[in-house]
Ligand binder design. Structure first.
Ligand SMILES: [Zn+2]
Length: 140
């Protein structure tokens, strides 16, 4: 037993682990598994399997900064959905509230010039542009 826990602790050392994005993906995967339980569709089954593989890849990833950036993108995306479908902001210039964000920084992609929102104060991060897939590192 002690040997196993040591092996596991060693395995998880320097790995990313669980975050909000993984938790959300786990819920989505479970929903797909439940749907599949009723409909037995091969595609839904495969989506669930792929999702679970993706969750495990993120959990065991050593590129913690990249995973944290993904999580930040997810949080930003989900808060965007929440503000759109949830209670409406009293601010008429809803989009302007983004730039006031003290925890994020707007970077310009060197590949396509697209504005990218990244978490601030985490040090040097590697960013992959969602538009042109240019990879670059930046200190934030
Ligand atoms: Zn780009």
């Amino acid at each position: 037993m002690g040997r196993f826990s040591m092996w596991f602790a060693n395995l998880m050392r320097g790995r990313y682990g669980m975050d909000q994005l993984n938790r959300a993906l786990t819920i989505v995967a479970l929903i797909f598994i439940v749907i599949n339980f009723f409909f037995h569709t091969r595609i839904i089954n495969w989506i669930a399997v792929v999702l679970l593989i993706y969750i495990y890849c993120r959990m065991f990833s050593r590129n913690i900064r990249a995973r944290a950036a993904e999580n930040q993108r997810y949080l930003q995306f989900s808060s965007g959905i929440r503000s759109r479908f949830g209670r409406r902001s009293s601010n008429a210039y809803g989009t302007n509230t983004r730039t006031k964000d003290k925890t994020h920084k707007i970077l310009k992609c060197p590949g396509c010039g697209e504005k990218l929102r990244v978490p601030k104060g985490v040090g040097k991060i590697s960013i992959s542009c969602p538009h042109c897939h240019t990879k670059f590192t930046k200190k934030v």
